[in-house]
Design a protein around this ligand. Sequence first.
Ligand SMILES: Cc1ncc(COP(=O)(O)O)c(C=O)c1O
Length: 394
Amino acid sequence: MEDFKRASEILYKGEHARGMDLKKPETLPIFETTAFTMNSLSELAEVTADKGWTYHRTRNPNRAALAEAMSYLEGGEASLIFASGMGSITVPMITLLQPGDRVLCNANIYGETFSTLRDVLGKMNVQTDFVDYLDMDAVRAAIKPETKLIYSEVVSNPTVKIADIPALAELAHKNGALLMVDNTFTSPFAIRPMDFGADIVINSLTKFLNGHADAMGGSMTTTQELVDKIRPVSMLIGTPGDAFSSWLILRGLRTAELRIPRQIKTAEKLAAFFANDPRITAVNHPSLATGRQKELADKLFGENGSTPMMSFVLPEDIEKIDAFMKALRFTRYAPTLGGLRTTMSHPVTSSHFSMPDEQRRKIGITPGMIRLSVGLEDPDDLIADFSNAMKVFG
Ligand SMILES: Cc1ncc(COP(=O)(O)O)c(C=O)c1O
């Protein structure tokens, strides 16, 4: 065989390292490759017919492995993996809704989901009716013949109020609409919304399911039929998740069952602790729910517990809130949620900044409100730390 030049040879070295032939590596390797090569046109035809690996944006083994895990966790037929939670929200909507259709959405919703519906779908002449889902009579009254999609998070942000998923599913199906549910705050370890009639479930994998605050991704789980419709649009718009993020998230998922239920338990302990402090004027967590919300919590979450997310209201004194934040050993402000460490956010200056104060107050969001994403610290350490920082309020 002729000696080729180094410039050529270096491109082909290391191709046959152990593991590359996939004879059973203990962990699925990261397929950080833009494409898979073919030796002939007949091989290409075979791979294409089999829906095998071709181009990264079309199909990738790490994305497929993560999709399989998400279908299992959510109890759906098939899943798609996106570059972010927002991809998993926007792409199904763009695919399934036509100009003239309407969406019915919980008024208490993640700000960027609100903006997607108002600005992106609005531009496509798909209008949205935003209604407070705590009032199911108002929800029933808002449905129109053009309503093709009902949308909600399982629990609202940051007031952590539970949506009546079974009633929403019934309403959707009676009116020829689909129910799409965001399970990010709750996760399939608390509830599988499809068991309660949801047609499409999305998760921002950036949050609790990856759980390590180091990768972005989103999943959408539904029927094979809907996945087959949505997949080509995701591919064309350029939103599929990449191999490395998918690999990281799948690694995170392997231990989610050890992490998330523990985070939920710690949130319950913290909620009980805050509820006992007279300086704190409100605490929002489903473990403290009463009346209809308690019935819903029991029905939807049962023994699982609900969410590691909670919020509480401090006295409205920004200087003292600053001092409280600085006094904490563990919890830091971070504009995200769902990591290993407890983080806090301030809805009035972040997620609900653009909402007028009067409207915010109506749904219980005041300048004293702190939203917590509870992590894996020892619960007694967290309580001791918050207890110490609360001293700034006298
Ligand atoms: C409830 C909820 N859904 C969806 C998203 C969007 O997820 P991502 O940031 O991964 O796009 C977020 C982000 O904070 C969220 O809180």
